[in-house]
Design a protein around this ligand. Structure first.
Ligand code: PMP
Length: 359
């Protein structure tokens, strides 16, 4: 056996610098998980029934074209069915978008801090991440993002509202930005938290996409629709982007359970949106209580709040964990805390109050 073979297969050297995606810590039986922006509600009975019915045929491959779900989405958003591209959660659609646009030598711009998968999927494609720091108000610095464009830029990821800060970009700013981006650069509006938005000045990405061939929208069933565990997300994109997505996606990536549950969720949308409204009201309550406690808080339009804690981030996460609430720390920066069930939110608020008094 040669020396090289004994060391095992040779992997791409560039992977060494790429971190693995870190999910929120799982919750123990006696703690609340507020670290992954999940929906705290159990599946609606009708949605569960649809998934259970599909489970009866999981010896078969799913419908790869996902005809029913695609048509349902196309109807709902009033777009051609060919413009809908599904994936194994919107993170995999985001990865397909990177693979479709950028390779070695190409650049992908995104705000930072933002969704932690962006630099990972960029580097997995062999492309170069160009993170652009958020403003002091935790918002996208769109002027700096424009200034970061080079002849090598292929893709710009815009997270609206932003994960983990919750801050959303309003219409005039976003329209000005889109008008200034060269038409050969794809702009992805990642609207994973869209349904939690209540600021009417924030535009709907689907409306922005309609007249702009280089703009596409990313949505997910994981958050407002409560299907995180089933893994289904989608893009709405013009040709040829949508066609490219169908090429770069892993075949059969959306199970029949996921497809059927997603269709049932769209049909049960009214009931699901009542739950979303309850979470938005909890967000308002939690935000007001935090401000009352003296926390400087930016306004979140998503299903989480952001506490900029700097050096005290890890201590806060540990204190929360000890009290039975798992939050998401970004060491040196802050913690993101999902809005969950009332009891979980109350426990988080009591941790925040005690921590605030200590310092
Ligand atoms: N985009 C953003 C901004 C997110 O925060 C997340 C999940 N944390 C995703 C995409 C991916 O979600 P999923 O793959 O579950 O659709």
């Amino acid at each position: 056996m040669s020396g090289t073979a004994a060391q095992g297969p040779r992997l791409r050297a560039s992977l060494d610098g790429i971190p693995t995606y870190k999910p929120g810590k799982p919750a123990g039986a006696d703690s609340f998980k507020l670290s992954s922006n999940e929906n705290p509600y159990e599946p609606l009975p009708g949605v569960l029934e649809a998934a259970v019915a599909a489970a009866g045929s999981f010896n078969r491959y799913p419908d790869m074209a996902a005809v029913e779900l695609t048509e349902e989405l196309a109807r709902r958003f009033e777009v051609p069915a060919e413009h809908v591209a599904l994936g194994t959660g919107s993170v995999s659609v985001a990865q397909s978008l990177v693979l479709a646009t950028a390779g070695p030598g190409d650049e992908v711009i995104f705000a930072w801090r933002s969704f932690e998968a962006y630099p990972i999927i960029t580097q997995v494609a062999g492309a170069t991440p160009v993170p652009v720091p958020l403003t002091g108000d935790e918002a996208h610095d769109l002027d700096a993002m424009l200034a970061a464009i080079t002849p090598r830029t292929r893709l710009i990821l815009v997270c609206n509202p932003n994960n983990p800060t919750g801050v959303a970009i309003r219409r005039p700013e976003l329209e000005r930005f889109l008008a200034a981006v060269p038409g050969d650069i794809l702009v992805v509006l990642d609207e994973a938290y869209r349904e939690f938005l209540r600021d009417e000045q924030v535009p709907d990405g689907v409306e922005l996409y309609r007249s702009r061939p280089n703009v596409c929208v990313l949505r997910t069933f994981s958050k407002a629709y409560g299907l995180a565990g089933l893994r289904v997300g989608f893009a709405i994109a013009h040709e040829p982007v949508a066609t490219a997505l169908r090429k770069t996606a892993v075949p059969f990536g959306v199970s029949q359970l996921a497809q059927d549950a997603a269709v049932a969720s769209l049909r049960a949308e009214d009931a699901l949106l009542v739950r979303v409204q309850a979470l938005v009201e909890e967000r308002t309550r939690v935000s007001a209580a935090l401000r009352e406690q003296g926390w400087p808080l930016v306004e979140s339009q998503a299903n989480f709040v952001w506490l900029r804690l700097g050096e005290r981030t890890v201590d806060f996460a540990a204190a929360a964990g000890a009290a039975g609430v798992i939050v998401r720390p970004f060491p040196g920066e802050g913690v993101r805390v999902t809005i969950g069930e009332t009891a979980a939110n109350d426990l988080f608020l009591s941790v925040a109050e005690a921590f605030r008094k200590e310092v």
